[in-house]
Design a protein around this ligand. Structure first.
Ligand code: SAM
Length: 246
């Protein structure tokens, strides 16, 4: 079977995605370390240093979309001053529940809040956040242009959106290794840890089908973002995009 944007109906695509994270919520953070060889930490740190939350008491409200178990939010709140707060929004209640527990354990319960929400229709008023992040989430959203438009809508003027996502490896040989790894190793790991390879096959496929950085930058422009730019990391395994709401 080919699970593509065009061949899988939208509702089915979302339910496949939900299935993956439903199954792995408890093991999600370990799986991340395992499958990326710890690299997701490096990529997330790069994201946080771009977000650059203010030091001191100046209020800074982050929306961490498809925020899952809260990893990006915890990092931003730790990097920022007393005024930095984060809202984790995710479509999957299980991921959020794991996140809430982690926040309590870290003593961040009052700085990081968790909200069940679909990226395509956000339950937040216009212009309510200083920054929006979505890390390894946007390729799971069936209608990406809707999510981008929503991200811009909830940003305050002068705010920025950041999209961290798997991309196209542009280094010879590394691309072959990466392909072999993702098509063979990831589904097998998924089978061992979560008991099912198919949802992981779907995730790998969704990475392969995700647009290259130039195309994605144009999607951000079409959604109304200004001064859109991106940087590739780890030979193009991931790309970090950003754009301003002016
Ligand atoms: N951002 C977190 C991180 O980097 O550790 C979690 C990333 S995880 C790979 C992808 C997340 O996207 C899952 O928690 C999933 O539930 C969420 N997701 C999938 N579709 C979504 C949608 N339409 N709206 C909001 N979240 C969604």
């Amino acid at each position: 079977t080919h699970f593509g944007y065009r061949t899988v109906p939208l509702t089915e695509k979302q339910s496949l995605v939900d299935d993956v994270f439903h199954k792995v919520a408890r093991r999600y953070d370990i799986m991340n370390d395992f499958m990326s060889g710890g690299l997701h930490r490096v990529w997330k740190d790069a994201l946080v240093s771009k977000v650059r939350p203010p030091q001191g008491a100046r209020p800074f409200e982050l929306l961490d979309l498809a925020g899952g178990t809260g990893d990006v939010s915890f990092r931003v709140v730790k990097a920022g001053g007393a005024g930095t707060r984060a809202t984790v929004a995710d479509i999957n209640a299980e991921m959020l529940a794991v996140g809430r527990e982690r926040a309590e354990k870290r003593g961040l319960g009052d700085k990081v809040t968790f909200t069940e929400a679909n990226a395509e229709a956000l339950p937040f008023p216009d212009q309510s956040f200083d920054a929006v992040t979505i890390a390894f989430g946007i390729r799971n959203v069936p209608r990406i242009p809707l999510a981008l438009t929503e991200m811009r809508r909830v940003l305050k003027p002068g705010g920025r959106a950041f999209v961290l996502e798997f991309s196209k490896v542009d280094v010879p040989l590394l691309d072959k290794i990466y392909e072999a790894y993702s098509f063979n190793v990831i589904p097998q790991l998924g089978k061992r840890v979560a008991g099912d390879a198919e949802p992981y096959q779907y995730l790998v496929e969704s990475i392969r089908r995700f647009p290259n950085p130039d195309v994605f930058a144009n999607m951000m422009r079409e959604a109304g973002f200004s001064r859109v730019d991106f940087t590739r990391m780890t030979g193009g395994v991931v790309a970090l995009h950003w754009g301003w709401r002016i």
